[in-house]
Structure formats: structure tokens, C-alpha cells
Write a protein that binds this ligand. Structure first.
Ligand code: INI
Length: 153
């Protein structure tokens, strides 16, 4: 049986990196993320804007390595267009964020939507399919708590 996640954010400091590209969607993801920060009582948070999802990994790297944050939440919206440009951005954002997580040991969560169209993205940013930003903060809290407990024994 799956255990209940520890989502008590007190004592945690979380960075939120958010892509400006497709801002109509990413601002909704950010609202969801900030809602989760408040609901779970995260002690400290800061928001950092970057141009697009492709830039999320390097921002996450500096935030994770800075030593100030227990977790980094990455938010973006990659939406399919006529060429395969979006595919490179989505793939590199995912791979880069995971690499930063493994290299730094600081959990960097993937709140990046990869969708076929705006309708799908709206549904997953506070519509009838939830809010990926909210979920990414909950995953960040759970992982930060787990890692803290593993370090302190
Ligand atoms: N950035 C996104 O976050 N989503 C997209 O859908 C997107 N598309 O499709 O082009 C996008 N492009 C910008 C990219 O992330 C970089 O900012 C840009 O290439 C400069 O490095």
C-alpha cells in the first residue's frame, strides 16, 4: 500500500523557475504552484522567470547549487507547432532538469506541460485536468522531506 506523502512545507525553502514563453499558460501554472506553496505552509519561496523552457535547466542548476533551496520547481509549457522545434525543447528541458537533480542531489521537479494544443495546456493548468504547477510543488515538498530524512537518519 502506498504511504501518505509528507506535504508539510514548514522549514522548507523552494525556488520556482518559470518560463515566460506561452505566458498565458505558465502564469496559470505559477498560480497553481503558489497555491500549493501557501496550502502546504512552505516557509520560504522565490520566483525566477526565464525566457523559455529550454533555459529552465541552467536556472535550476544555479538555484540547486546555490545551497539556499531544498527543491527547485520548474514550470513551462511546450506546445506543438508545425515543425519539430518544440520536441527538441521538451526533450532537452526534461533531460536537463533530471540531470541537475541527479548531479546536485536537490530535487528539481518537472512542471512542464508538453501538449499538442492550447486546449490541452489550459486543461492541465487549472482546468479540468488539474494544475501541473500545483502538483510539481507537492512533488518538490515530498522529495525535499524524503531527502532531509535520509540525510538526518
Ligand atoms: N519555449 C517554451 O517554453 N515552449 C515552447 O513551446 C517553445 N516553442 O515552441 O518554441 C519555446 N521556445 C523557446 C525556447 O524555450 C528558448 O527560450 C529559445 O529557443 C531560446 O533558447
Amino acid at each position: 500500500m502506498a504511504g501518505e506523502p509528507n506535504l508539510d512545507g514548514s522549514g522548507l525553502s523552494i525556488a520556482v523557475a518559470v518560463a515566460r514563453f506561452n505566458e498565458a499558460i505558465t502564469s496559470r501554472l505559477l498560480n497553481g504552484a503558489l497555491d500549493a506553496v501557501r496550502r502546504h505552509g512552505v516557509s520560504e519561496h522565490d520566483v525566477y522567470w526565464v525566457p523559455g523552457s529550454f533555459e529552465l535547466p541552467v536556472a535550476a542548476k544555479h538555484l540547486a547549487e546555490g545551497g539556499r533551496f531544498d527543491a527547485v520547481v520548474c514550470l513551462g509549457a511546450v506546445i506543438r507547432h508545425e515543425t519539430d522545434h518544440y520536441l527538441h525543447i521538451a526533450t532537452q528541458a526534461a533531460a536537463g532538469i533530471q540531470r541537475v537533480t541527479l548531479d546536485s542531489g536537490v530535487p528539481c521537479t518537472f512542471g512542464v506541460l508538453t501538449c499538442d494544443n492550447d486546449e490541452q495546456a489550459l486543461a492541465r493548468s487549472g482546468g479540468n485536468r488539474g494544475n501541473k504547477g500545483f502538483e510539481a510543488v507537492e512533488s518538490a515538498i515530498e522529495m525535499a522531506k524524503l531527502i532531509r530524512s535520509l540525510r538526518t537518519g
